[in-house]
Design a binder for this molecule. Structure first.
Ligand code: CUA
Length: 384
């Protein structure tokens, strides 16, 4: 079959060149305007490599990522190169008036493009399998923590041995802030159990190069050793409701000695509180602790200065009638929530935390509630 002859304008190549130049120029201007440098653009191609993991497991995840990335780069250049090369090499010339010879089927090429991708996929499968086994490997740990996710808060129960039967030694219910977060020792194997009180959440700390879902009714477990001391920030990574964006996780990794000291103190505090549930707390103690609890849990909506955020329906606590009114009503609101969960239930906080935070709101920002102190024993009594 012959093609009808066409006249050629001769400007096609010039136009294509102009379009490419324009696209490159616009891209460079946009990147420069957004503050990118040649180095930062280059580094953005290696996000995992630059992130740099801090656990014993993260090196193997990083290794897998790098290999997959380099294979993808090689395939990209091969495929794009062939496209560009054949477009130029076999383009229609001014003298061409007929279609070139049409070929159908080529056993050699077909065998090659079947076998090569199969080899790549099998290779990546084996590598992923190996990496998964390394990441999932169970080890004997001295530190067992049950991370409990509840809308919209993390708490960490330190266990006396492996779950599920182990006794809770103490609970770290401040997810962030001074004395808060998941505190771990450096260089020691740690096992974390994940439990959800309500919906699906996810435990995600980017520096661990690891993410795991927290599923109600199922306990997911993983182990790791953090190799560098420091503070690592993470976040719930599964959309779990309105305050999903306010479920931070802070991991404080201390030296073994500092960790042992910290854990000892926490155990002692927990035992002291357990010995005497009716201990009467000093108002100063309650307010000081309550400020930490407030800033870690409540300030995101009610604001650090208690002025609230009308846009999301969080009332100002300054002069609020519940805060200034009878204690019992406020304990009920904090324990059980209000307005269909717009004010979430905070049952997962300890009696001491709830008593402290209520006392704090009753003695701050100019508030001087007539009933200004709530004791942990009262909160305990209101739990149903
Ligand atoms: Cu919990 Cu998102």
């Amino acid at each position: 079959m012959s093609m009808p002859p066409r006249s050629r304008t001769g400007s096609g190549a010039l136009l294509a060149g102009l379009i490419i130049a324009l696209v490159v120029a616009v891209s460079i201007i946009l990147l420069a305007a957004s503050g990118a440098t040649p180095t930062s653009v280059w580094n953005s191609f290696f996000p995992v490599h630059n992130e740099g993991g801090v656990t014993d497991r993260s090196t193997s995840v990083q290794g897998l990522y790098d290999i997959v990335f380099y294979i993808a780069v090689a395939i990209f250049f091969l495929v794009e190169g062939l496209i560009v090369w054949s477009a130029f090499r076999y383009r229609r010339k001014a003298t061409d008036t007929e279609l070139p010879p049409q070929t159908h089927g080529n056993n050699l090429v077909e065998v090659i493009w079947t076998i090569v991708p199969t080899i790549i996929v099998v290779f990546l499968f084996a590598l992923s399998w190996q990496t998964l086994n390394t990441v999932e490997a169970k080890v004997t740990s001295d530190v067992h923590v049950r991370a409990v996710a509840a809308r919209f808060q993390w708490s960490f129960e330190y266990l006396d041995g492996a779950a599920p039967d182990a006794k809770v030694l103490f609970t770290q219910s401040l997810p962030v802030g001074d004395d808060g977060g998941l505190v771990l020792p450096v260089g020691a194997p740690v096992t974390i159990d994940l439990r959800s009180e309500d919906v699906i959440h996810a435990f995600y700390v980017p520096k661990f190069l690891f993410k795991r879902d927290v599923v109600p009714g199922k306990t997911n477990t993983f182990s790791f050793t953090v190799e560098d001391a420091g503070t690592y920030r993470g976040q719930c990574a599964e959309l779990c409701g309105k305050e999903h964006g306010f479920m931070p996780i802070v991991v404080e990794v201390k030296s073994k000695e500092d960790y042992a000291k910290w854990a000892g103190e926490q155990k002692q505090k927990a035992t002291a509180a357990a010995d005497d549930p009716n201990k009467v707390w000093d108002v100063k103690e309650l307010v000081a602790h309550g400020q930490q609890v407030f800033n870690a849990n409540c300030a995101a909506c009610h604001q650090p200065n208690g002025t609230g955020n009308a846009a999301i329906g969080a009332p100002a606590l300054v002069g609020d009638k519940v805060v200034m009114g009878p204690r019992k009503a406020q304990i009920d609101v904090v324990l059980n929530g209000q307005n269909n969960g717009k004010m979430p239930a905070w049952r997962q906080l300890s009696d001491v935390d709830i008593a402290s935070v209520i006392s704090y709101t009753r003695n701050s920002w100019g508030n001087q509630a007539p009933e200004n102190v709530v004791q942990p024993a009262e909160v305990k009594g209101e739990r149903k």
